[in-house]
Design a protein around this ligand. Structure first.
Ligand SMILES: Nc1ncnc2c1ncn2[C@@H]1O[C@H](COP(=O)(O)OP(=O)(O)OP(=O)(O)O)[C@@H](O)[C@H]1O
Length: 443
């Protein structure tokens, strides 16, 4: 992957770069006992509130779940997300799942009441005037806040979990962490947990001996062995089957693997990076992802923001992608860039890249809709076309469509039966347990 040179960057960014971010909001949470916590945007990412050891805002109360809720400063608000807690999260007495707070609210979690106040930091910590990290480009405050952390992580050998929606650049960042670090001479191997059938994942990860199972006609090394001396990116880790999670934990903890059918452990020297588009906090809270594996991998977490939350990057990125595709960045007219800055971009940078390629091939005819909110690649009337236009790998594309279908199916059945799960499950021909699981998975 090509990283921009200084000259390329200065051409792309000349009209866009704002070295002085606006003063940032911060929030103070005060517990009735007088204890206070401060959350600022510069914390970079979500802070967990709960009774478990992983929580930055750790409180003791028996009605509080281990990972109860997450808090993050987004623009000038505090985003509060309930992580599937047992006893719920309440703002001013109303139960919420996902809320934007502005200050002045009362938050209740379990038996604990917190007062939320907003303040504006006088002097926001200055961000270095860096506008790219390896091949990742972006001059928004959100991206520039991440670069110093990325620099440090490239040099370190610790596991990192990279989170973000599809197409936000998780794999690109993982590769940059590898190529800009001390293991750059070693291999960079990507394993996507959704790309192989579930019954083959173990063999792909750890390898197998000849004759270990039907079809194992020869000995085969797994990705841990292939990545030895370098970096292994386990992509879509949130989709790893529960039965394999203990085996992965063992491999990471002991730096050794055992091939299927093999009797001796094999030592591996691998840096592990993991990426996911799922909310791993919710997966852990729901019991679908093991707490101990999460802790082992989440030594550091980086969350890549979706494009719609850094609209200031759209023009810069579009011009960079245009340049990468071999065209002059000035080929993109101002009105097209302005229109793109208003689009929702559910497929993020990958979708923007496709839109640039289409524009270069077809001109402005490429825009399938004149609606100001429609994505240039995804006509709102046909979700399958939207997914197809993102050029995802087959397994990922199928999964996206299935997930959308499952969510809408469950919603429809619940709506038809007044929210009664027992009747909705019966009408769907599913056990109540399966229906409830499907509902939890699709929320
Ligand atoms: N900040 C960025 N600057 C330049 N290119 C980017 C940036 N972010 C993403 N890209 C490009 O967008 C495309 C999609 O990125 P990538 O595959 O890394 O996304 P992802 O988050 O791993 O997606 P998925 O979850 O679907 O696997 C790639 O071509 C990548 O190089």
């Amino acid at each position: 992957m090509h990283s921009p040179t200084d000259d390329e960057l200065s051409t792309l960014l000349s009209t866009r770069f704002d070295p002085n971010p606006a003063p940032e909001a911060s929030f103070v949470l005060t517990v009735a006992s007088g204890e206070t916590f401060e959350i600022a945007a510069s914390h970079g990412g979500r802070l967990l509130l709960g009774s478990g050891p992983a929580c930055e805002l750790r409180l003791t109360d028996r009605e509080l779940s281990r990972r109860h809720a997450s808090l993050e400063v987004v623009d000038r608000s505090l985003r509060l997300v309930d992580l599937g807690s047992t006893n719920g999260t309440f703002v001013n007495g109303v139960r919420v799942r996902d809320a934007l707070l502005v200050g002045g609210e009362q938050l209740r979690v379990g038996g604990i009441v917190l007062r939320i106040e907003r303040s504006v930091l006088d002097a926001p910590p200055p961000l270095p005037p860096v506008v790219s990290f390896g091949p990742l480009v972006g001059a928004s405050t959100e991206m520039r806040r991440l670069y110093p952390l990325c620099e440090r992580l490239a040099a370190a050998n610790v596991p990192v979990i990279i989170e973000g929606e599809t197409g936000t650049g998780k794999e690109a960042l993982a590769e940059a962490l590898h190529t800009m670090g001390p293991r750059a001479q070693g291999p960079f191997v990507v394993f996507d947990c959704t790309a192989v059938p579930p019954n083959l994942v173990e063999s792909e990860l750890f390898g197998h001996e000849k004759g270990a199972f039907t079809g194992a006609t020869a000995q085969r090394r797994g990705v841990f062995e292939l990545a030895s001396g370098g970096t292994l990116l386990i992509d879509e880790i949130g989709d790893l089957d529960a039965s394999l999670q203990p085996k992965l934990l063992r491999a990471v903890e002991r730096s050794e693997v055992r091939r299927i059918g093999g009797d001796k452990p094999i030592r591996v020297d691998v840096r592990i990076l993991a990426a996911t588009r799922r909310d791993l906090d919710k997966e852990v809270q729901a019991g679908r992802f093991r707490d101990d594996l999460f802790h082992r991998l989440a030594v550091t977490r980086i969350e890549l923001p979706p494009l719609r939350e850094r609209r200031g990057d759209i023009t810069v990125l579009a011009r960079w992608l245009c340049h990468q595709l071999g065209a002059d960045a000035s080929a993109l007219p101002h009105d097209v860039l302005k229109r793109w800055e208003r689009e929702p971009w559910p497929g993020n940078v990958r979708q923007l890249r496709n839109a640039v390629a289409r524009f270069l091939a077809l001109g402005d005819l490429a825009a399938p809709s004149t609606s100001p909110t429609a994505s240039p690649n995804a006509p709102a009337t046909d979700p399958i076309s939207g997914v197809l236009s993102e050029r995802l790998p087959f397994a990922r594309a199928r999964e996206r469509i299935m997930a959308d279908f499952e969510r809408r199916y469950v919603e429809q059945m619940l709506a038809d039966h007044g929210g009664d799960i027992v009747r909705a499950a019966e009408a769907s021909g599913m056990s109540r347990r399966y229906f409830t699981m499907l509902r939890a998975r699709t929320r």
